[in-house]
Design a protein. Sequence first.
Length: 263
Amino acid sequence: MQPSPSVHLPDFLKVLAHELRWKILTSLAHSDQTVTEIVHFLQEPQNVVSYHLRKLRELHVVCERRSSADSRDVYYSLDFDTFRTLYEATGEAIHPMLKTTATTNTTVLPSLPSSPIRVLFACTHNSVRSQIAEGLLRHLSHGQIEVYSAGYDPSMVHPLTKRVMLALEIDISQQQAKSFDAFREQSFDYIVTVCDRTRESIPTFPGQPDTIHWSIPDPLDLPASDDEQYQVFEQLALQLVTRTRYFLTWIEHAYHQRKGTIS
């Protein structure tokens, strides 16, 4: 049976077809950014950038969140799961076989390098977000990545942090809150800030690490009753699971690009 001539080009492809929007998406796939940073990256007027960001938000592939460090700033991030869902649906609209069955929940270990890659997650108190990210990346990489976390004002690992990780069958009871001072002379391949405030005050580390930002709210700053607080931690952990899985794939891809094994 021939396809109907009334089949329309999906909005997903219409939005992605614009060069500036494509550049915004590829940039946000690497790190969350403010409008000012996107303007600088694209070398386009702010009103033009804002227009294209609005188009991407309307498609729900880009999210916005007001900065915890400066409420005048808004961070934009790529919604990986929504983008993947729309991408798969677009392929399926052409032919059912073009819909991939792979998901970000796969447990297949990526082809990581034998030489150690070092990652530092950074936030304010090193009590929740960076601790979860550290535990997740160590677990998902099966220990093939050297993962650490630190904060500029370390306190202690929050009890709900350990509890929510145990629910994911990951034991981080041995992790401790640490200061940046413990790592100041060390080099890293990636430094990932998971706190807006920390991004503004992250110290300089040796070498040229790839710096990435994930604009994630502190669950302790969100209004919640005692009964609701654990659910807030659960949602945070799930968000970081998605981020970390995609980050792990990014690390693998970047490694093979450097080695010239992929185009």
